[in-house]
Design a protein around this ligand. Structure first.
Ligand code: GZL
Length: 326
């Protein structure tokens, strides 16, 4: 049998070396993503939150970012523990949606000392310390409250109301959306002598609490209630059956104002049982991935990134509102 030529043998070895190195490089690339992002999510308390998580996961795939997402099940201590795990894991960037504004200084100082940049998603924190976070990506909640207040003034004008009694079902106490949606709304109506706030009650952004709050408000004020201002759709959807059980027609006996603009609330707006829904988009994933990649590359980022947001009400042709996606 003819012996293979020396040249053929050398060529085969060269091919094996090149191919082997290629595999190694491929494996290395697979094991070394372009960015490892640790994200602590509040929980799954609303369609908004579920839509926000889904969008972040989808965008991580689109941007080829390796995502470590931890669900805190509505507990700040779980978010703090998750951030500590991200630090131990030496992720490239940490992001989280702080359930409340206070109590983050210690863990964020640990992240800063570890040289890991932090992005705030959706909600903000309150701190005296400088440089604990790089930016916040989320809605202008104050403006959402202003849009709700401006709608109510227009509605009172169109109905010729001389007295407007309001009950407010707020989101999680001390959370950014709760504080700013309340401030924007109250600042907008405060000079209108027709407006009177009967009571504000904490519904914690939960459907079940929205129902409990509405039952309590109906027992206290009954037919004195002209307006329900609810900080999110979940609480609004919990409140509506209680209003109907008490014999009132939401959307006409009581003006119903909600925030988020998820599909369920828009469907109820189309039925005329909600009068106004201010959009708060959960689709923050694209901005999060782009910002995290900029930070990893050592680029500067804007300190505040607000998404564009819409407003829906019975002043428009609600039939033309396209599917919401959350
Ligand atoms: C707003 C977000 C709020 C939503 C609620 O950006 O923080 O939390 O309005 C959610 O539905 O629970």
């Amino acid at each position: 049998m003819r012996k293979p030529s020396k040249l053929l043998f050398i060529l085969s070895c060269l091919l094996l070396i090149i191919f082997g190195a290629g595999c190694g490089a491929e494996n290395e690339a697979a094991n070394d993503p372009k960015l490892l992002l640790g994200f602590s999510q509040i929980g799954a308390e609303s369609a908004w939150r579920i839509g926000n998580t889904r969008d972040i996961e989808e965008q991580a795939g689109n941007y080829d970012v390796s995502l470590m997402l931890e669900d805190a099940n509505q507990k700040q201590e779980n978010q703090i523990a998750a951030i500590r795990r991200f630090i131990a894991y030496k992720v490239d960037v940490i992001a989280f949606s702080p359930i409340v504004e206070d109590g983050w200084d210690n863990v964020l100082l640990e992240a800063k000392n570890a040289g890991i940049p932090v992005i705030l998603v959706d909600r903000d924190i309150s701190t005296e310390k400088e440089g604990l976070t790089t930016c916040v990506i989320g809605a202008d909640f104050y403006h959402e409250g202003v849009m709700a207040g401006e709608y109510l003034i227009r509605k009172a004008d169109s109905l010729g109301l001389s007295q407007v009694n309001i009950v407010e079902i707020t989101g999680t106490e001390n959370s950014t959306p709760m504080r700013q949606r309340q401030a924007g709304f109250m600042d907008t109506i405060k000079d209108d002598k027709r407006m009177r706030v009967l009571e504000s009650i904490d519904g914690d952004f939960l459907k079940s609490r929205g129902a409990e709050c509405m039952r309590s408000l109906l027992e206290s004020y009954g037919d004195k209630i002209d307006v329900v201002y609810s900080h999110n759709d979940e609480m609004t959807l919990g409140a509506l059956p209680e209003i109907e059980k008490a014999g009132y027609v939401p959307g006409s006996d009581m003006i119903i104002i909600s925030i988020d603009a998820g599909q369920k609330a828009i469907d109820v707006l189309k039925e005329g049982r909600i009068n106004c829904v201010v959009e708060c988009t959960p689709k923050l994933g694209k901005e999060l991935m782009e910002t995290a990649l900029k930070l990893k590359a050592g680029e500067s980022v804007d300190p505040v990134i607000h998404p564009d947001e819409q407003f829906f009400s019975d002043e428009q042709d609600t039939g033309s509102i396209p599917p919401r996606g959350y």
